[in-house]
Ligand binder design. Sequence first.
Ligand SMILES: C[S@@+](CC[C@H](N)C(=O)[O-])C[C@H]1O[C@@H](n2cnc3c(N)ncnc32)[C@H](O)[C@@H]1O
Length: 431
Amino acid sequence: QVADVATLEPAMLPAADAPGLVVCNPPYDARLAADPALYRALGDALKRAVPDWRASLLCGDAELARATGLRAAKVYPVFNGAIECALIAVDPIRPAARADEGPRELNEGATMVANRLRKNLRKLKAWRRQGGIDCFRVYDADLPEYAAAIDVYIAADDRDAAPRTFLHVQEYAAPASIPEADQRRRRNELLAAAREVFAVPREQLAIKTRARGKGGSKYGAFDQRGEFVEVREGAARLRVNLFDYLDTGLFLDHRPMRQRLHDEARGKRFLNLFGYTGAATVQAAVGGAAATTTVDLSATYLQWCADNLAANRIGGRDHALVQADVMAWLAADRGRYELVFCDPPTFSNSKRADDFDVQARHVELLRLAIARLAPDGVLYFSNNFRRFRLDEAAVAAFAECEEISASTIPPDFERNPRIHRCWRLRPRQPD
Ligand SMILES: C[S@@+](CC[C@H](N)C(=O)[O-])C[C@H]1O[C@@H](n2cnc3c(N)ncnc32)[C@H](O)[C@@H]1O
């Protein structure tokens, strides 16, 4: 039939009330024009005409897939020739009405959490408005029995649609003395409170739950949605993945540090060591860095960094992404940098590098990194190992060093001021 997809109705289908499957290959925006409005019209038409069917849609990309407004049970990144697409499986088209969907009375515990969340939101309001802060920590085990961190991410990726609020909830390990049933009840109360206060649908709530298993407590299995959303941080846009990993790709506690890099980067060569998803690189580049170099062992994170740069229309030869062991790379590199950010993990072991232990190797790491600084260069060193002790005497031999943690912990992490520590280092000037 020749028809506009938006006009689809049951009467056009031979057996709309029998079970069915919609397969569809809409335009991708690569060869044919497509925009989120078309995808939204497709999603709306399917919900109206065949709500009980399943659908398998080969969409141009994950963002267009999301514009359908359909709830994808699975998203498969696939290539149609050279075009990267997202194949989404929707089953059923009408999201099942859930018992927990409507407004519900919160019980006493959940009410307590909800009140705390509202209080925290009030406290952060002026700071958020002033700084245009879209992603922030709103709760950090403020009530010790409700032991989780809740972070808010406001996604502004679909420029035509209203921003969407996501919540990222990370449960902390409960003392072994607390029975599982109590932990579960409290978790449900916390989640009910969070959903009530922020009015988020279930699919915009990412929960990293601790599962007790052999060998102690660890996080349970993660989703594999492959769903990235774009958030704003100052003048930059950053891609985060709220569902598939323990971390989202953006460490919120480092926001002021990234702001400082942004503000100091103009005209400088910037080096990001252990670059992760490159949020600091993006901020330095957006702040006008002449060039950036990002070093990380992981190809996955470097690709994420490339995507982050691309989301800000940054790329090309001046923005190098290097897959290497930082220690070996620093020893071999001959470049000079005016601004360096070094945020190593506490420990890492990988087939591709010697084991890294920040406590054991930080002096060696800092000596190598300081050696790469231009004469007026500055190195920011950060890490989040709770028991870390900087070997000040050893570092004093080659650098002037000042701890700046008081100015790099943002108001939303006040409850946890030791989330990271930061130092500012400069090469020791000849006497
Ligand atoms: C950003 S750091 C960790 C940040 C934060 N301080 C923490 O501990 O969670 C983690 C990054 O270091 C990278 N990494 C770990 N060992 C490395 C090594 N020897 N050389 C280069 N990158 C490494 C990882 O791939 C990851 O992207």
